[in-house]
Design a protein around this ligand. Sequence first.
Ligand SMILES: Cc1cc2nc3c(=O)[nH]c(=O)nc-3n(C[C@H](O)[C@H](O)[C@H](O)COP(=O)(O)OP(=O)(O)OC[C@H]3O[C@@H](n4cnc5c(N)ncnc54)[C@H](O)[C@@H]3O)c2cc1C
Length: 408
Amino acid sequence: MASKTRTALVIGGGIAGPVCAMALRQAGIEATVHEAHHRTADGVGGGLGIAPNGLDALDVVGVGHLVRPIGIPTTGIVLQDWAGKRLGEFGNPPGVPPTQFVWRTDLYRALYDEATRRGVRIEHGKRLVGVREAPEAVTAQFADGTTAGADILIGADGIRSTVRTLIDPAAPGPRYAGLISFGARVCHPGVPATRGKMNMSFGKQAFIGYQVFDDSSAVWFVNLPHREPMTTAEAQRTSAEQWLALLQRKFTQDRTPAGRLIAATDPADLVIAGPMENMPKVPAWSRGRMVLVGDSAHAPSSSSGQGASLSVESAVQLARCLRDLPHDQAFAAYEQLRRPRVERIIDETTRKNGNKAAGPVGRVVNNVLMRVVTRLVRPEKAAWMFDHRIDWDAPVSPADHRDPARAA
Ligand SMILES: Cc1cc2nc3c(=O)[nH]c(=O)nc-3n(C[C@H](O)[C@H](O)[C@H](O)COP(=O)(O)OP(=O)(O)OC[C@H]3O[C@@H](n4cnc5c(N)ncnc54)[C@H](O)[C@@H]3O)c2cc1C
């Protein structure tokens, strides 16, 4: 029988990587994180949601209390059309705590600091380019010519994962969703408070989400239909002033607060987050001593509000499996635990990106659909997604086929 895992290389120091390393330490496994970028990702990225299920996973590794204070609670979503007419509302399922809206940079910093405080080594400038596999170990090869070895290698290297291709050269990659994403915080846009709700409007030419707080500050994000794929670097070559002027024009026909929010935005505060992408299902999550965690294995549509939450859930569950089982059985148990849940969430949320890129006819159909859907969808039916608890102390056995999503 294979022996228990003692050491792990975590490739990628984004969100899943540091959480995975902390969870592994909690499971008695020494983990080092190897991040491609030479510098930390401070100040990079827009806003994302940490749903109650994500917070529960963070609590399991004792970091939830660091994330709650940097989050802005969102208790529901109000959908509007371009005229500001209310199409419907999605409330939080009864008894489920609010999702926290966080800036990625703040989340990243909180997790990074806590991981290093706990003694996790995070090495920068280590871009994984290859692996050498042996029966008893795996060696990572980095672009700078250095190598590192351990019992296992975990690919927390995001939606464009190198580890995914090393596991399966035929693995699919992300597909452009036809939208470019922007976001900003605004001090005093002069827009009425939205009472804890995120308002989302399918405008005539672009989609906007915004929340205005009681102190009159606000956050907004825009998904702008854009036919040609554009990388984040390409999008950032256009100045913030130019983008803001373009976005302003896109909302001139709409009768929502979009124009005012954009006009009140300081160009220095504009986050050009880049293309939105959909990730097809990944057939192989592991091979030999390599396994995937986070966006590399399962990246739901960014409209789902579940990407970061599912990533940290998976990071914690992988560590739990490795705590109790030799790596080959652990990888299989991990996939059995995680795949049905993440794929169900991906299936239920992928359609949203398509709706946002709709043309004039699609928009009318959308609005009708939204009215029907918001009347028919009962928040309690989505409770299974949010009300997901990880029982860290429960032992994992190889035959553990139970899946909370299916049981719900
Ligand atoms: C810079 C950045 C900004 C983002 N901004 C947003 C946002 O505004 N809104 C949103 O919803 N989501 C954003 N995301 C994605 C979001 O963080 C993830 O969807 C989610 O949190 C899951 O995290 P992850 O750790 O699996 O992937 P990521 O957070 O993408 O982290 C992956 C990490 O792996 C590193 N990496 C990649 N390839 C290699 C390699 N070959 N060798 C070593 N390291 C490698 C990357 O540099 C990155 O740090 C952003 C991601 C990044 C990297």
